[in-house]
Design a protein around this ligand. Structure first.
Ligand code: DAH
Length: 334
């Protein structure tokens, strides 16, 4: 058999051995056997000398091409086997259901608050914050609430037993003052936060609960803006069937003042026509004077509503105390 006719069969034999190697050792053995310094292709090279001068270059070229093919096949097979070696012996069955640890979740009051905040942000409101331990000035005086107002009574407000008589804020309205002390108009803020009142706990009352305050100050602000804004947010929160009604009321820091009643299918389901959800009004000029805004130039509205009541309505919860007991069987349902 001539040397040239041996090349192709030898290459094919090499290729099938490389393909048959099932681990890296077998592969290396095949490499040594065919491509090693003492391997079968080297042996073939050594026989080139026996060929005639004319035949030698072509034969040398054929051998080199065949070796090149084997080397490429070797590298490819090595890649495959290395990958296989890196995989776990017991391959993972990706179709098996996962093991899941129960994850925590947001408290229903947090969920409602975040939804409301998200809606207001879309209207350009920023979130502001203030202290829960407040002074009388920010909670009452600056809000035009006189010293003999019942809200300031020891019966209604938790006072701390310290010299300057700080208190636990009874509403988030105190933050209106803190914001206006720090910023010039225009102002668009909402203030979610915890408030405290001396109430006994029952199905609809708790000594601590949550409110969201809103304050909007600009030139030429109207009750229409207020109604449109609150309506937008409540429709986002509780559905497009929400209707609002403004009833005249009294708050010392707004004039005129209103209570907002609202209704939708959820309210009807409770057998009621309307539900009272918020206080609001046009910011009283005296409040602007107190924080140093010119009431001739600036106008504004404010509102405050309780979060628990909305959460109870949204989720069909009939006892406010459930929100504070932190029973995971309750909390896990939201
Ligand atoms: N602070 C009132 C409350 O706790 C709610 C309220 C009424 C807030 C009128 C306001 C407002 O900003 O303008 O019942």
């Amino acid at each position: 058999m001539s040397l040239i006719s041996e090349i192709e069969p030898l290459k094919n034999a090499g290729l099938s051995e490389l393909a048959a190697a099932t681990d890296l050792q077998a592969l290396d053995a095949a490499r040594v056997q065919y491509l090693g310094a003492n391997g079968r292709f080297t042996a073939l090279m050594k026989q080139l000398g026996a060929l005639s001068k004319e035949e030698r270059p072509a034969a040398g070229k054929l051998i080199n091409t065949a070796k090149g093919e084997l080397e490429a096949a070797l590298a490819a097979r090595r890649g495959e086997l290395e990958l296989r070696a890196a995989l776990p012996k017991d391959p993972t069955d990706m179709t098996l259901p996962g093991r899941r640890r129960p994850l925590g979740r947001l408290h229903p009051l947090t969920q409602v608050t975040e939804d409301i905040v998200r809606s207001f942000r879309r209207l350009g409101f920023a979130v502001a914050d203030g202290p829960e331990v407040e002074d009388e000035y920010h909670c009452f005086d600056a809000l035009n609430t006189p010293a003999d107002h019942p809200a300031r009574d020891l019966q209604d407000t938790f006072y701390l037993n310290t010299p300057k008589r700080p208190l636990l804020r009874t509403h988030t309205s105190s933050v209106q003052i803190r914001v206006m002390e720090k910023q010039r108009p225009p102002i668009r803020v909402i203030v979610p936060g915890r408030v405290y009142r001396r109430d006994n706990a029952d199905a609809t009352h708790n000594p601590t609960f949550h409110q969201i305050e809103g304050l909007y100050v600009d030139r030429g602000v109207t009750v229409g803006d207020l109604k449109g804004t609150v309506e937008f947010v409540f429709r986002e929160l509780l559905g497009p069937d929400v209707k609002l009604r403004f009833r005249p009321h009294y708050f010392s820091y707004t004039e005129p003042s209103y209570e907002i009643d609202f209704t939708n299918a959820l309210v009807k389901k409770l057998g009621k026509d309307w539900m009272e959800i918020a206080g609001c009004g046009i910011v009283h000029p005296q409040v602007f004077e107190t924080v140093g805004y010119d009431p001739e130039e600036w106008s504004g509205w404010a509102f405050g509503f309780g979060i628990e009541r909305l959460a109870m309505l949204r989720y069909g919860v009939n006892d406010i105390r459930l929100f504070y007991e932190n029973d995971v069987r309750f909390l896990g349902q939201f």
